[in-house]
Design a binder for this molecule. Structure first.
Ligand SMILES: [Zn+2]
Length: 404
């Protein structure tokens, strides 16, 4: 599949510059967590937001303050939902309109992780910063304001991007023929990642492989089972759009497309028994993963289907699987092209604090959570396998619906 429009950064530095005005011991400091934001509108950005990038009205008016020639600093609360928020995008456009030349977006996160989030207007140079570098910048601004050296405070932001190139990516499709050919169930997952990507999306790929093995070796399913891996997250390779190039009729005969996305994120808590010292010498409570799942999940389903919701809820109850009380529509991102072509899409996406960060490592995965998820998805597929497309499509209103 074609893979284009990716101006990805290859080299960068963010340095806060030393100045004698700050007194003895002033030294230029390079910020280790600085990571270049994607350029807005290129779909190179946090691909999970790619679908949102392409549509909607983004209008900006007014000028808050004169930021001509300045580097703006914003602080973003790292509640999982904020990662999907348009607020950062709107803020960056507003700052660009006010004349800013650069942006440091501080994400209030533990440690000093690099993160790939947000989107930056082409006229700005934008970086995200992890928690500790963010605290350093905030302390610096406070000290400079108190000491009257605000105008002396300077930073240098530099990024080199690779020009957008036409690339090719490979997708993988596996079909397990059912006892009654004609209708199908699709299981998909994106196979690429930012940083280590243990949860996003090695977890989804692992479950997909386990399910494919299970159905390849076990009793034959009633309906055709199709397993699909695609790279490029959702926007750059158009997610499930490439699936139709193998079999254009799949969506019309589809019972459900299940997208496996971020399924193994461990829940975390902050331990008062175990403290740590950060890079700036502050004592802080350590984040400890649990053997249970992160609660930050969102289930989207479209078109709405009473039969699919029943299959989902039954599997959740039987497997003690964490699922939110609200199922939303429409299906976004990866399943969207397949749904538009006549399929039914469902996904349950977890977005913990490590989403799109260097913290998305295997340490943040719950093995027990992965097992529960795999058993839940197997049970869900078995439940759907008892249905027909007619039953799945019996009641369709497309609105957000409460599960209970
Ligand atoms: Zn993902």
């Amino acid at each position: 599949v074609p893979f284009t429009r990716f101006n990805h950064p290859v080299d960068w530095t963010v340095r806060v510059l030393a100045d004698p005005a700050f007194g003895l011991g002033t030294a230029t400091t390079e910020l280790a967590s600085a990571f270049p934001m994607a350029i807005a509108g290129t779909a190179a950005g946090p691909a999970d937001q790619g679908e949102l990038d392409a549509s909607g009205t983004h209008s900006v008016t007014g000028q808050l303050v004169d930021l001509k020639g300045k580097i703006a600093v914003i602080v973003i609360e790292a509640a999982p939902a904020a990662f999907y928020s348009d607020a950062v995008r709107q803020a960056t456009q507003l700052l660009a309109n006010a004349g800013a030349v650069g942006l440091l977006a501080i994400y209030n996160l533990p440690g000093n992780m690099q993160l790939m989030l947000g989107a930056c207007p082409g006229t700005l140079v934008c970086f995200t910063l992890g928690g500790e570098d963010g605290s350093f910048i905030r302390a610096l601004l406070e000290r400079a304001a108190a000491g009257g050296t605000m105008n002396t405070l300077k930073a240098e932001l530099r990024v080199t991007r690779q020009p957008a190139t036409a690339l090719q990516a490979r997708v993988l499709m596996v079909k397990i023929p059912g006892r009654e050919p004609g209708e199908n169930i699709v299981v998909s997952a994106h196979s690429d990642a930012y940083f280590e990507g243990a949860n996003d999306n090695a977890s989804g790929v692992a479950a997909l492989i386990a399910l494919a093995k299970h159905y390849a070796h076990g009793p034959k399913p009633r309906h055709d089972l199709v397993f699909f891996l695609s790279p490029g997250h959702h926007s750059t390779t158009n997610g499930t759009a490439a699936l139709m190039s193998f079999d254009a009729d799949l969506p019309q005969h589809n019972l459900v497309l299940l997208n496996l996305e971020h399924i193994g994120q461990a829940g975390v808590y902050r331990s008062y028994m175990k403290s740590t010292t950060d890079r700036y010498g502050r004592r802080s409570a350590t984040y400890v993963p649990t053997n249970w799942d992160s609660p930050g999940r969102e289930v989207t389903l479209s078109p709405d289907s009473v039969a699919i919701r029943a299959a989902w809820n039954l599997a959740a109850q039987r497997n003690a699987f964490t699922t939110p009380a609200l199922i939303n529509g429409p299906a976004i991102a990866e399943p969207a092209p397949f749904v538009a072509a006549g399929g039914t899409g469902i996904q349950n996406v977890e977005t913990g604090p490590w989403f799109h960060t260097t913290g998305d490592t295997v340490a943040a995965i719950s093995p027990e959570g992965m097992q529960r998820a795999a058993l839940f998805y197997r049970d869900f597929i078995d439940n759907v396998d008892r249905l027909t497309r007619q039953k799945v499509r019996a009641i369709t209103d497309g609105s957000a619906t409460s599960m209970h």
